[in-house]
Design a protein around this ligand. Structure first.
Ligand code: GRF
Length: 218
C-alpha cells in the first residue's frame, strides 16, 4: 500500500535500541526516498526505538508480549496493530520474538528481517560470539524475506565485515551494526521501487531469481 504521495508505507517492528530503525528514518527523510515509515511497533514498552520514532513524528504502538497468554494471541494483536497502519511492507529491525506460522503467512512476500550474520551461517542468537568462537575470517549481516524457518527465508543482500585479530564480541558487533545501517535502507528502497520480490520461494531482484545474495553496498 502506498501513502498519499505514492511512497510505500512501511511499518517497523523493534524490541530494543532501534538503530536500524533510525537508519530507515534517516533514509526516508530524503526527498528521493520511495518509502515512508507510517508506524513503529514494539513488544517492549521501554524500547529506545519507540523514542526514536516519537522524535521523528512517527506514530507508535506497544503490543507487550508479557500481557498475552500465548504466541497466537500475541501475534493476533500484533497483526491488528500492523494492519492499522496499512503497510505495504513490514520490517523486523531487531524484533526479538519468534512469530507463528499464521502470522508469517499473513505477510508473506512483504516482511523483511535483518539478521547479524552471513546467513545461512549462525541463525539464531549470539551470532557475533559464535562467529568468533568458530574462527571465521568474515562475518556480516543479511536482509531476508521472513518465512516459517527462523532466520531461514531467502536472503536478498548481505554486508561482509572482516574479523580482526583481537576482536571481541562488542567490537565485531559494532562494526557489523554500522554496516547494517547501510544494508537495510538499501534493500527497503529496492522493495519500495518494486525491484525485489519473493516468488516461488526465492528472492528476485530486477526480474531475476538470485543465485546468491547481493553484496551491499557498492
Ligand atoms: C541488529 O544487530 C539486528 O541485526 C538484530 O538486532 C540488532 C538490533 O539493533 N536483529 P538495533 O535495535 O537496530 O540497534
Amino acid at each position: 500500500m502506498s501513502t498519499t504521495d505514492g511512497r510505500l508505507a512501511v511499518v517497523v517492528l523493534v524490541s530494543g535500541s532501534g538503530s536500524n530503525l533510525q537508519a530507515l528514518i534517516d533514509a526516508a527523510a530524503s526527498p528521493a526516498s520511495r518509502f515512508c515509515i507510517t508506524g513503529v511497533i514494539s513488544n517492549r514498552p521501554g524500547a529506545l526505538g519507540l523514542q526514536r520514532a516519537v522524535a521523528a513524528g512517527i506514530p507508535t504502538r506497544v503490543v507487550d508480549h508479557t500481557l498475552f497468554p500465548d504466541r497466537h494471541s500475541f501475534d493476533a494483536a500484533l497483526a491488528e496493530a500492523i494492519d492499522g497502519f496499512s503497510p505495504g511492507l513490514v520490517v523486523l529491525a531487531g524484533f526479538m520474538r519468534i512469530l507463528t506460522s499464521d502470522f508469517v503467512g499473513r505477510y508473506a512476500g512483504r516482511m523483511l528481517n535483518i539478521h547479524p550474520s552471513l546467513l545461512p551461517e549462525f541463525q539464531g542468537l549470539h551470532t557475533h560470539r559464535r562467529a568468533l568462537e568458530a574462527g571465521v575470517r568474515e562475518h556480516g549481516a543479511s536482509v531476508h524475506f521472513v518465512t516459517d524457518e527462523l532466520d531461514g527465508g531467502p536472503v536478498i543482500a548481505q554486508v561482509r565485515v572482516a574479523v580482526k585479530t583481537g576482536d571481541d564480541e562488542a567490537s565485531l558487533a559494532g562494526r557489523v551494526l554500522a554496516r547494517e545501517h547501510e544494508l537495510l535502507p538499501q534493500v527497503v528502497g529496492w522493495f519500495a521501487s518494486d525491484r525485489v520480490a519473493l516468488r516461488d520461494g526465492r528472492a528476485w531482484l530486477d526480474g531475476k531469481a538470485l543465485q546468491e545474495p547481493v553484496e551491499c553496498c557498492a
